[in-house]
Design a protein around this ligand. Structure first.
Ligand SMILES: C[S@@+](CC[C@H](N)C(=O)[O-])C[C@H]1O[C@@H](n2cnc3c(N)ncnc32)[C@H](O)[C@@H]1O
Length: 251
């Protein structure tokens, strides 16, 4: 390589995109008040989407706080936790909460915040690095939690991601299927806070309408042998988007 060409190469690592100017922010769900570090807007570059709280998490947390009885004593794992607002809320009711993300920097910061908080949660909050489809990550989680989980949770975890990779949706459902199989049919459910949006796939040079996106997500779940059921009474508007809670299980 010519010297001049070599000089022109600029390498940008993750730190170039990270905005860690997090603000301590208060969220209220029913009687539960949570304080978490987060951003109020985020870049979609380098998949830093998890630095703020998304409408899917507001929808899911509202549903969980209205149905907190069902969380009592459960062991829960969350996929794509972002700042951790759903897992932290579950910590107030569940016995065990494992929060996961492939980008766990802010998640660990918020777990440390809650570990040292006086309003201590009922459960210990544990962070695990989990990139969907990563066999090493999943095996490590299965080894550390061999009894599996009663409940898998996810909020807003299928969107935009398509802009970074061709699609993370199959990997997301493969991971959910593997986690559901630890306990087996009828013993674990996956509750998904879903917000309907259009998505752009630049690598494929196509954009997908909200309806097609919804169909794509559901058909991917079915392709992995999972049943999907809309939870009655949960369809609602979050911000200016339509959202719904799905209950997903092994068929
Ligand atoms: C739109 S954010 C939602 C965050 C949070 N659940 C909420 O609703 O506020 C999507 C989250 O999924 C995580 N994520 C994206 N792709 C992932 C992958 N392939 N494996 C694991 N996590 C992923 C991102 O880091 C981010 O935290």
């Amino acid at each position: 390589m010519e010297r001049e060409e070599e000089d022109e190469i600029v390498c940008l690592d993750e730190s170039f995109f990270i905005n860690d100017n997090y603000q301590l922010t208060t969220f209220t769900f029913g009687s539960q008040v949570l304080h978490l570090f987060c951003l109020h807007s985020a870049s979609t570059d380098y998949d830093l989407t998890g630095q703020l709280v998304w409408p899917g998490a507001i929808l899911l947390n509202d549903y969980l706080s209205k149905n907190d009885e069902m969380l009592k004593g459960l062991s829960v794992i969350e996929l794509g936790s972002g700042v951790g607002v759903t897992g932290v809320l579950c910590g107030r009711f569940c016995d065990k909460v494992v929060l996961t993300d492939h980008n766990d920097e802010i998640l660990n910061k918020n777990i440390d915040l809650h570990a040292s908080s006086e309003a201590s949660p009922c459960a210990d909050l544990v962070a695990e690095k989990l990139e969907w489809g990563n066999a090493d990550h999943i095996n490590a989680i299965v080894q550390r939690h061999p009894q599996g989980f009663d409940l898998i949770l996810g909020a807003d975890i299928y969107i935009l991601l398509a802009t970074f990779q061709q699609s993370s949706i199959p990997l997301l459902f493969r991971t959910a299927e593997q986690l559901l199989q630890i306990r087996g049919k009828g013993k674990c459910r996956f509750i998904l806070g879903y917000v309907s949006r259009a998505t752009v796939f630049p690598t494929l040079m196509v954009s997908v309408s909200p309806c097609s996106m919804d169909a794509m997500v559901l058909s991917e779940a079915h392709r992995h042998g999972l049943s999907t059921k809309e939870v009655a009474g949960t369809r609602s508007v979050v911000g200016n988007l339509e959202g719904v809670i799905y209950e997903i299980a092994l068929q």
